[in-house]
Design a protein around this ligand. Structure first.
Ligand SMILES: [Fe+2]
Length: 295
């Protein structure tokens, strides 16, 4: 089985490129590293060539792809073969996009386009001090009517672990020590539910909420502590109506024990993957203003 070790990037389509670009550069604080021939902007949190790629599109804000990094030294031809053996379309692409010399593009269940690569350039543009100025891209929540098959693909073909559920709607999965790098929501639409950036520390939550308010951006929910993952999280919308989560304090997963590292806010010890009820989104009973099932 291949070893995916981290979430690497999210590719987004936007019909109002300049508005989205302004948001991700000036409000989130990412740095543009490169612009390709199609006009796509490659934006970095601070180290890698890109963490977010904005593609100009004619339709509504569309999800383009999710990028994952494989263990260095993974044989991509062999990896592509494994994906095809699993019944998915897989195409090897060399020099197809800036920053990644060699990748395999896979069409996973639910028409989810996933890109896998062993290496990404690290031009190190530095961590900006603009706006939110996150520490890193943390996780993606994606909505698909094909959740069952997509979950099985992540688990059985890519080797991800399931770390929690919320009702029958959300399945949290990881490829490393983080509680989740992908959250798969089962609903009859195909879209990104949210994109999560980790903040440097808990004190960044009020600073970011004040900054967003001063920028005319409403915080929809939080900060509050989730149950699944126990992260302190707050949500707002980007200009293309993708929810953006800002979080800290995510649970640490110990794969060998299939448990989470003990934390003061755990109400169960040992804390192991479990199914939380839909109304248990917040450990503080802060009520969500949006419908998780509908996104
Ligand atoms: Fe999240």
């Amino acid at each position: 089985m291949p070893k995916v070790f981290k979430l690497s990037h999210i590719g987004l389509g936007t019909s109002d490129f300049s508005k989205a670009h302004d948001y991700y550069v000036e409000k989130v604080g990412l740095t543009e590293v490169e612009r390709d021939d199609t006009g796509a902007a490659y934006l970095s949190v601070g180290m890698a060539h890109h963490d977010v790629v904005l593609h100009p599109t004619s339709g509504d804000g569309n999800f383009v792809n999710i990028g994952y990094q494989l263990n260095a030294g993974t044989d991509l031809a062999e990896f592509a073969g494994m994906m095809r053996d699993a019944g998915t379309k897989a195409e090897r692409k060399s020099d197809a996009q800036p920053g990644v010399a060699d990748l395999v593009e896979v069409e996973a269940p639910g028409s989810q386009i996933l890109q896998f690569y062993g290496a990404i350039e690290n031009p190190v543009p530095g961590f900006s001090r603009r706006g939110i100025a996150p520490l890193r891209l943390g996780h993606i929540a994606t909505i698909t009517p094909d959740a069952e098959r997509l979950i099985a693909f992540y688990r059985d073909v890519l080797g991800f672990a399931v770390t929690d559920w919320i009702g029958d709607v959300a399945t949290f999965m990881t490829c490393n020590h983080e509680h989740h790098v992908i959250n798969i929501l089962n609903a009859p639409v195909t879209k990104i539910h949210h994109i999560a950036f980790q903040l440097h520390e808990n004190a960044e939550h009020p600073r970011c909420a004040d900054f967003l308010r001063a920028s005319g951006i409403q915080t929809e929910w939080g900060p509050s502590r989730h149950t699944a993952g126990h992260n302190l999280a707050a949500y707002h919308y980007d200009p293309d109506s993708h929810l953006i989560e800002l979080y800290t304090d995510m649970d640490i997963y110990l794969p060998e024990l299939h448990q989470f590292e003990p934390r003061p806010w755990h109400e169960e010890l040992p804390m192991t993957p479990r199914r939380w009820a839909l109304e248990q989104l917040s450990a503080w009973d802060v009520k969500f203003q949006f419908d998780l099932a509908k996104g």
